[in-house]
Each structure stands twice: as C-alpha cells, then as structure tokens.
Design a binder for this molecule. Structure first.
Ligand code: 0X9
Ligand code: ZN
Length: 446
C-alpha cells in the first residue's frame, strides 16, 4: 500500500538540484502553490494501549508522505498527522484496524493556507501601507512577511537608531541568504560587557508565527526606547538583546513560494530528498534518539553534525558570546510549551529547578496578558525525545545555563497555520514573558 518515493517527486527534486543557484533573492510563487495541499487533512490520533502506540509508531515509518506534526510518545497522548488525500483511506483503515480513536483536526489544509493569507486588511491599514513600509522601519503584525521585508525592517531600525541598534550578518544559508542578527542595547561606559539574552526563531520553516513574534520583540524594544518607556529603558541599559528572527531563511522562503508545510533547510545531501532538520543538526548527542538517518525524513539529522551552514553560524556566534549570554531562547510553534533541556534524554539537568523556576515566572507573565496557558517541562518528558536540538547544544556545549525552546500558539486548532489576526496576541503575550526574563537577569539569576 505504501511506497517510499515516486518518480515524479524524484524528477522534480532532481530538476531543482540542477537549477540551484548560489544566491537566491525572494523567489516567485510556484503555479501549484495554491493547490498543492488540496484535500490534505490533519488527524489527531489517541493511542490508548501499548499495541495502539506501537501501531502509530510503526505508521510513522511506513510512508514519508505522512507528516507527523507531533511525534508519538506516550499512551494517552494525542498525535497529529497530516495525511495526503491519496493515503486517506489507507490511514483510516489502518487506524481503525487497531481500534485507535481519532478526530479530524483540520479538514482541508489548503483552505486554511488560503484563509491564513487572504485575511483582509482594514481600510485604515491599507492607507497606512501606502506611505509606510519595512524600509521606513514599519512592519505590521497582522501579516506574515517575506524575508526581504523582515531584513529591510531590521536594516531600517539600525540606520534610524545607530546609538543602540546594530545589525550584522553572522553567516549565510545554503542558498546564500544572510543570517541577520540585531543587537539592541544601550552601550555601557568604557564598552563594558553586560549580560545578554539570545532569541532566535524560524529554525523550522513552516512555523511562521515564530519569526513574526521575534520581529515584534524588536519593535517593542526599539519603540519603548523611542518613547522613553522607563521599563524598556532599563531592559536595554542592563541587558543586551541578540535577536536572529530567521535561522532558516531558505526553508522559510520555500514555504512562501513552493510548499507551505516545508520544515527543514534546503540543502542537498541526497539526490532523492532535500533538507536537514536544523533542530537535529547540532553537535551534542547528535543523531541519537528521535532523529533520523533518512534524508527524506522530516527529522533528518544530516550527514554529520553541523552539516548545515545555518547551525554552524549560530553555534559559532553563541560560543563567541557565551561569556555574556545568560539566557538562550529558541522560538517554534505549536503547542504552548515552555521546554527546558534535555531533549536527548529523559534525565533532567542538575540545575533543572533553576530553569523551571524561571520558566514559571515567564509563563505566568505570559498568562497574565490574555490567559494563555503553557506547559513547562523538559523536552523529552513533555514532548518527545529528539537529540541534536539547538537548546541542548546551547546548554550542553556553549554552557548557557538557561536554555529554552518555546512552542508558541496554538494547541492544534490551526497548528502551523495560525491565522494572521492571532500574530499580535501571540507576540504580545510572549513579549511579556521576555520582559520577565530580562527582569530576572536584572534582579540577579541564581
Ligand atoms: O521537534 C522539534 O524540533 C521541536 N518541536 S517542533 O514541533 N517545533 O518541531 C521541539 C524541540 C525540543 N528540543 C529538543 N528536543 N532538543
Ligand atoms: Zn519547530
């Protein structure tokens, strides 16, 4: 019933391989972008016995076109699976044969993709956009933006606020796109060092709300200083903020032009399938549990640790600044989890209590904004085992004590296809969590 690859997929990928360019600017949208996911559904399965859990685990190995949005882990915990129309009957039969209960969470992925992009702007918003653009330092949070706009926005802020905003490039993606970091902080006298917070987003291409949220943080910091907000002034006087809103720009652009549900990078280590999961590519317990050797898998760890220029650039920067960076935050979606290391083992780090206490402060501040609840715990214990993640590396190798993966909204109603109207509420509450982190640094972390 299930075949691993088919000829047309192979040919498309091979043609893409032949036409790969070293430098790619914003690409045009493919003709089939609007129809590619027609009829795709998301199933939520509830394995309730060992046998059923094993059946779901086995299903995950049967066909690469079944995209597990969450990994099977424990009896009683749900698993979200995106199923193409051609596999629909086969999957229903399979799940029913094992007596597994399931719901259909998303009836038609393509119509959610359409809804996500077609939400209308108000007349005022349209008017504002006529004379304000990212190049003027304006980026509205009711829209998902292309990479060129995000970068233009960062550059504009740096040139408008030279005294406390700096933008620099820490490397390039496989296709030659810049990995732009913004540093926001009012310098101390004699160029003395201060504690810093690192925030990155967009390591997984399809998790669009994460980079959007990162740019919202940039806005909050810059606008807060511009209006002399005493709280924000204290955050930028006492803390330096390094923000990399787009770790995986090739993948992100690909989700805008070719395949909305793409997760990985766009490198080619095999002629059959592209891309490495950058969050399995970091060199700490690399390619152990929860990662794959199969280039066609969504959790492909790569041919070796740090095979991807994106993970190399980020890790080198973190190592260079690990004397000042006190907190590492990497933003993903979805699920509303505030995760601590470890992701490679179910054992907890010895200082877990400190990490947990700070996570409580952050998620309580977040919840006070509009009631959104987060679950806190170690990645392996709360989600699933997955080695080679950036969070584990940041703690285990770079020695950054407070390392977190934040899985933003929602809990599966829209999954990766969060509507544009929810960008701002998501970003706003998460910004409250970031302020709590800064305050904790200022008060003194254990
Ligand atoms: O699987 C992942 O990489 C993350 N979840 S996601 O749905 N955004 O893909 C969780 C990563 C947690 N950290 C580690 N496992 N190290
Ligand atoms: Zn992710």
């Amino acid at each position: 019933m299930f075949f691993k690859t088919n000829l047309s997929v192979f040919l498309t990928l091979f043609l893409e391989f032949l036409s790969q360019k070293s430098m790619v600017i914003d690409g045009a949208i493919d003709a089939n972008y609007a129809t590619k996911y027609s009829g795709y559904k998301v199933f939520r399965a509830y394995p309730s016995t060992v046998n059923q859990l094993n059946a779901i685990l086995h299903l995950n190995t049967l066909h690469n076109d079944l995209d597990f949005w969450t990994e099977p882990r424990l009896i009683g915990e749900s698993v979200d699976i995106m199923v193409p129309p051609a596999l629909f009957t086969g999957v229903v039969d399979y799940i029913q044969d094992f007596g597994i209960h399931f719901d259909i969470m998303i009836e038609n992925i393509q119509s959610l993709i359409y809804d996500q992009l077609s939400e209308r702007l108000t007349a005022t918003e349209r008017k504002v956009r006529q004379y304000k653009s990212p190049k003027d330092g304006y980026l509205p949070w009711n829209k998902f933006h292309r990479l060129s706009d995000i970068h233009a926005y960062m550059d504009a802020l740096a040139s408008q606020h030279r005294d406390f905003v700096k933008v620099f490039n820490i490397g390039h993606s496989t296709h030659g796109r810049e990995l732009k970091v913004v540093k926001i902080g009012i310098p101390l006298k004699y160029r003395m060092k201060k504690p810093a917070i690192w925030i990155d987003a967009g390591i997984h291409a399809r998790e669009w709300v994460a980079p959007a949220t990162a740019t919202y943080f940039i806005h909050q910091l810059v606008a807060g200083v511009a209006r002399n907000d005493s709280r924000v002034l204290s955050y930028v006087r006492n803390v330096d903020w390094y923000i990399l809103p787009m770790v995986n720009p090739d993948g992100y652009e690909y989700t805008h032009t070719s395949s909305r549900m793409w997760r990985k990078t766009r490198s080619q280590h095999s002629i059959v399938c592209n891309g490495v999961d950058p969050n399995r590519n970091f060199g700490f317990h690399w390619n152990e549990n929860g990662a794959s050797d199969d280039a066609c898998s969504e959790i492909y760890a790569g041919p070796k640790a740090f095979s991807e220029p994106e993970s190399v650039a980020m890790s080198q920067f973190l190592l260079k600044h690990n004397d000042t960076i006190k907190i590492y935050v990497t933003m993903h979606s979805y699920g509303q989890y505030w995760l601590t290391p470890w992701g490679f083992t179910s054992e907890l780090p010895s200082d877990y209590k400190h990490l947990y206490d700070l996570a409580v402060k952050a998620t309580e501040a977040l919840r006070r904004v509009s009631g959104t609840r987060y679950k806190i715990g170690s990645s392996t214990n709360v989600l699933y085992v997955a080695a080679g993640g950036s969070d584990d590396w940041a703690k285990g190798v770079a020695g950054i004590k407070y390392s977190y993966t934040v899985e933003l909204r929602d809990r599966g109603r829209h999954g990766f296809l969060l509507p544009q109207r929810l960008i701002e509420p998501t970003a706003k509450e998460t910004w409250a969590a970031m302020m709590a982190l800064a305050e904790a640094i200022i008060e003194g972390l254990p």
